[in-house]
Design a protein around this ligand. Sequence first.
Ligand SMILES: Cc1ncc(COP(=O)(O)O)c(C=O)c1O
Length: 361
Amino acid sequence: MTSDIRPQPGIMEISPYQGGEAQLPGQSEPIKLSSNENPFGPGDRAIEAFRRTAHQLHRYPNTDHASLRRAIAEIHGLDAARVICGAGSDEIITFLCQAYAGPGDEVIHTEHGFLMYRISALAAGATPVEVHERDRTTDVDALLAACTPRTRLVFIANPNNPTGTMIGANELGRLASGLPAQALLVLDGAYAEYVDGYDAGLALIEARDNVVMTRTFSKIYGLGGLRIGWGYGPAAVIEVLNRVRGPFNLSTTQLETAEAAMRHRAHSDWCRSENARLRVWLSHALAEHGVPSDVSMSNFVLARFASQGEAEACDLHLKSQGLIVRRVAGYKLPHCLRITVGDEAACRRVAHAVAQFKGRQ
Ligand SMILES: Cc1ncc(COP(=O)(O)O)c(C=O)c1O
């Protein structure tokens, strides 16, 4: 090996992303509540579409994603020409950093923001800038104060992961209109479908030229394993992102399954209402056992403990009961555990195990 072979600046600063744990030694069927997956999975129409594509595996997929983009546009009332699809919304985040940020540029994200913003910024050679939150909630004034002439992208997830909190339309508008002229606001709407009546920033995108959104099929559509996401924004931005997108970045299986999932609205509506019901139930049950959480607008609850030690001890107890949740020290929340809202049986098991844990202390 020669030391002249070196990666680009920034790459060695990346700490590889750690996914949620999925296995527990000695537990044959643990309940995984560590990756904000939909516990109900995709609906039967998505599964049928997935199966139907099996006989086309020797064919390259189409490159323009026209049918999926049309479905997304119809369902959300968008212009299909300004939709871009990717291998998860992660890929859209990567395209944004690749296309708009490089050495010498700054990419802003919030203190407890999704880790892929930092990773993608560093991979593009740009400098990630972390901005503090107020009570685990995006702070627009702090974001605006952090902008400089080098700011190229500002990422916020709304609702945010792992806090579950969100800011309203007025605050989003204030953020978009206060950014410097060279900066693009990225509204990550991975959990937007869980919020009744939220347009995920669509009105803002239509009114301005400096806002884009990223969305996913991994959450409410139950397709995290298949990797499909999309983005929407001004024509000029989408045109740029399409230049860095590989022509065959999505397979026929991904495209057709995603379309069937999105068109099967009865299933996603049911998932939304079950999630809302069980999220309230779970957060109340945890609070009754002395574990508070912020009001979550998402498909998980961020449970707060008195200390990092207590959070870790509770995590170990949950594991001993076959329950895998997520430690979030990497998100600067070492005293918290993020618990995905599972099905009713899973929520009851979590509440029971937390009660046992608290009772033992
Ligand atoms: C806020 C946020 N954005 C983006 C993603 C990535 O989702 P995808 O599966 O579409 O890549 C996640 C996944 O958990 C997320 O929490």
